[in-house]
Write a protein that binds this ligand. Structure first.
Ligand code: FES
Length: 106
């Protein structure tokens, strides 16, 4: 079963920015880039670096620890093309909040 969870007000995440949240014990990085929202596993698949603190360019985030890069839209690692980072659906609600869709136990 999945649920939409309110994680921030829309105005808390400006263009080019990122926030890190904890939902159900998971760290998730939420980005606003080129006008779109993206949510991916916030811990880098290499050694757990904080992807929300990475630099975003051309639709990819670069991990601040050792430079691995991931596509924001897919979680695919840019060099070896492996889908290493889980992605999550993310949207803005009519009442001005950002919501992430998360699988939860029934
Ligand atoms: S922890 Fe992210 S590249 Fe090493």
């Amino acid at each position: 079963m999945s649920e939409w969870r309110n994680i921030a007000r829309s105005d808390e995440l400006s263009e080019g920015g990122a926030i890190e949240i904890v939902l159900e014990g998971r760290i998730i990085a939420v980005f606003r880039s080129d006008g779109a929202l993206h949510a991916i596993d916030g811990m880098c698949a290499h050694q757990g670096g904080p992807l929300a603190k990475g630099v975003v360019a051309h639709g990819c985030v670069t991990c601040p620890w050792h430079g691995w890069q991931y596509e924001l839209a897919t979680g695919i690692q840019c060099v070896n093309r492996q889908p290493l980072q889980q992605t999550f659906e993310v949207r803005e609600s009519d009442d001005g909040c950002i919501e992430v869709k998360l699988e939860v136990e029934a």
